[in-house]
Design a protein around this ligand. Structure first.
Ligand SMILES: [Zn+2]
Length: 341
């Protein structure tokens, strides 16, 4: 199904004077009419562009989402997308199969939603920006962010790791505001036994690890114990890396277990930098930017926290974070462990 045919060639376009009238009429639209007009405009022009970008990206690195083989045959079109068949497993699929965009509707608005993510818009603003319902805006936010949240970067050289804390919030609750909890007070005491470091039931720890080239890993932790730290760091930290952390024993345990050189910084004793190079100031600055940016969301449900971590990481790490296509393409990356949809 082609929607591009709806676009008129220049010589058939509306007369300039009529267009002026149309623009004046726009000012008189109700909210509902404005939304409907936005949808009509988007479906007249947006769909081919989003689909074109996604198909192009897929064709540049074709891969069967079922068996990962790369020898594919073209297999016609279905649902407005080019279809392929894998010569190995003989299954058919399209550029979105196995991604979190598969079966998501209103493709015409996807690039606009990419703009909303690039700008860090609230759900309400993003809904108005794209001409979609608020519930769609919510669903799309988490669909678009699923793949960025799951993406992992390898860390090498000097790797700084430290936790930051968010208020626990249950789904649908708007009572909590994230970022307003004073993290250093009480619950986050240091030097206690690994796994027994104090953590109030109201706080959720997130581990951020960053190397000096800016590669970043993040995860929400179930607790502050050595196992939880290891589960996040082991898959991403290079075997010859130098790990910088505070004095918590969980980090020492991880470093010892993986043969890493460990440089603990004794913050409690007022020591912030060792030997001029070993500190956790880059990762703590990242915490600050993350918290500052998240303040706008007025309370993030804990179950979605990983998506916000991935959102912030993508903003900091992609070469072109203000481009809507960045977010569209990031959203359409395959998610290895989850069978999306
Ligand atoms: Zn296959």
């Amino acid at each position: 199904m082609q929607t591009a045919g709806r676009l008129l060639p220049a010589e058939w376009a509306m007369r300039e004077v009529d267009f002026e009238v149309l623009l004046h009429l726009v000012e008189r639209l109700s909210d509902q009419q404005r939304t409907a007009l936005g949808r009509a405009l988007a479906s007249a022009s947006g769909e081919p562009e989003a689909v074109r970008l996604l198909e192009q990206a897929f064709a540049a690195a074709p891969r069967c989402p079922h068996c990962t083989m790369t020898v594919l045959q073209r297999w016609g079109h279905a649902s407005g997308l080019r279809r392929y068949r894998c010569t190995t497993c003989r299954k058919t699929f399209n550029a979105l199969t196995g991604t979190s965009l598969a079966r998501l509707r209103k493709r015409a608005c996807w690039l606009r939603y990419g703009e909303a993510l690039a700008a860090g818009m609230s759900l309400t603003k993003a809904a108005a920006h794209c001409g979609v319902h608020l519930t769609t805006s919510f669903r799309w936010r988490h669909r678009f962010l699923r793949a960025p949240a799951a993406a992992r970067e390898a860390l090498a050289g000097v790797v700084e790791a430290d936790e930051t804390f968010f208020r626990r919030s249950h789904k649908g609750s708007r009572r909590w505001r994230c970022g307003d909890a004073p993290p250093g007070r009480g619950p986050h005491r240091r030097g206690e036994r690994a796994g027994k470091r104090g953590l109030s039931a109201e706080q959720v720890p997130a581990l951020i690890a960053r190397d000096r080239a800016g590669h970043t890993a993040d995860a929400v932790l179930p607790d502050l114990g050595a196992e939880a730290i290891k589960a996040v760091l082991a898959p991403v930290v290079a075997g010859d890396a130098v790990l910088c952390s505070d004095g918590a024993k969980a980090y020492a345990a991880f470093a010892a277990g993986h043969g890493l050189h460990h440089e603990p910084v004794n913050l409690a004793a007022g020591i912030r930098v060792r030997d001029g190079a070993f500190h956790i100031q880059n990762v703590n600055a990242y915490h600050g930017r993350l918290k500052g940016w998240m303040g706008r969301f007025n309370g993030v449900a804990t179950r979605y926290l990983p998506n916000y971590l991935g959102w912030r990481r993508t903003l900091e790490r992609t070469p072109d974070p203000s481009a809507s296509r960045t977010w569209l393409l990031a959203a359409a990356r395959p998610i290895p462990t989850t069978n999306a949809n």
